[in-house]
Write a protein that binds this ligand. Structure first.
Ligand SMILES: C[S@@+](CC[C@H](N)C(=O)[O-])C[C@H]1O[C@@H](n2cnc3c(N)ncnc32)[C@H](O)[C@@H]1O
Length: 224
């Protein structure tokens, strides 16, 4: 069974065609997409040999190898685009995800991109919105001690300007209790950044103060 983080990624897969799981590691996500019947074919790719051996083991043990292709690739560079409708890039830092996206031309088409950054989600959002990608929806997942962000995006060719709040927190459903918990958890972070920057970078400190304030409004939390 998938953990909640990978479950959220799987839920964002369209199932219209082939899904490519970039940085597949043990191929748990790829295997589940086949097992559940959501996809009839998957590509499980990774930049390293070790994870691909683990991926092969998982898919073999589940009797799914006939529906999977395992490909050694830095990001999408070795992936044939034919009939790939969904690309999942999960469990990596935001900078690595930007590196992978910016090295591939064919994702600038009708491909459903599911991105799950472990760090630097704000940097990833900024890159997406300045490079013609539209963030269609986001989900916050709370698993164990951690919150994870999962986003679904696609290329439109149109750039747009993000507000400071949306760059940092994304496009969430603020009526959702998990999202509210995440927001409350982040207030302390932005308040800390704001006070740390008060002297040296007052403009940035003000941005973070306002984000903490907006979060408090959205979550009903008292920031005093
Ligand atoms: C922490 S694991 C995440 C596994 C799985 N996607 C998940 O979310 O649970 C990161 C995987 O990404 C792979 N990886 C890192 N950089 C990569 C790149 N540029 N291209 C493809 N795979 C990469 C690593 O080898 C590793 O197997």
């Amino acid at each position: 069974m998938l953990n909640k983080r990978l479950r959220a990624c799987a839920d964002f897969v369209s199932g219209r065609g082939i899904a490519c799981d970039v940085g597949t590691d043990h191929a748990y996500l790829a295997a589940e997409l086949l097992k559940s019947g959501k996809c009839r074919e998957v590509i499980a790719s990774d930049v390293a040999e070790g994870p691909l051996m683990a991926a092969e083991r998982t898919l073999n043990q589940a009797g799914l190898m006939s529906k999977a292709r395992i490909i050694l690739s830095d990001g999408l560079t070795q992936i044939p685009p034919d009939n790939v409708t969904d690309v999942v890039i999960a469990g990596m830092g935001g900078e690595t995800i930007v590196h992978i996206l910016s090295s591939c031309e064919w994702i600038k088409s009708d491909v459903n991109l599911i991105l799950q950054p472990m760090t630097k989600a704000a940097l990833l959002r900024e890159w997406l919105c300045s490079n013609g990608f539209f963030i269609i929806e986001e989900k916050i997942v709370h698993d164990g001690r951690f919150f994870y962000t999962v986003m679904r995006t696609s290329y439109t060719g149109e750039n747009f300007q993000l507000s400071d709040f949306n760059r940092e927190l994304g496009f969430q459903d603020w009526t959702d209790e998990v999202v509210k918990d995440y927001g409350r958890f982040r207030i302390a972070h932005y308040k800390r950044l704001s006070s740390q920057m008060a002297e040296a970078q007052p403009e940035k400190a003000e941005i973070y103060r306002k984000i903490a304030e907006e979060l408090a409004e959205k979550t009903g939390e008292d920031t005093k």
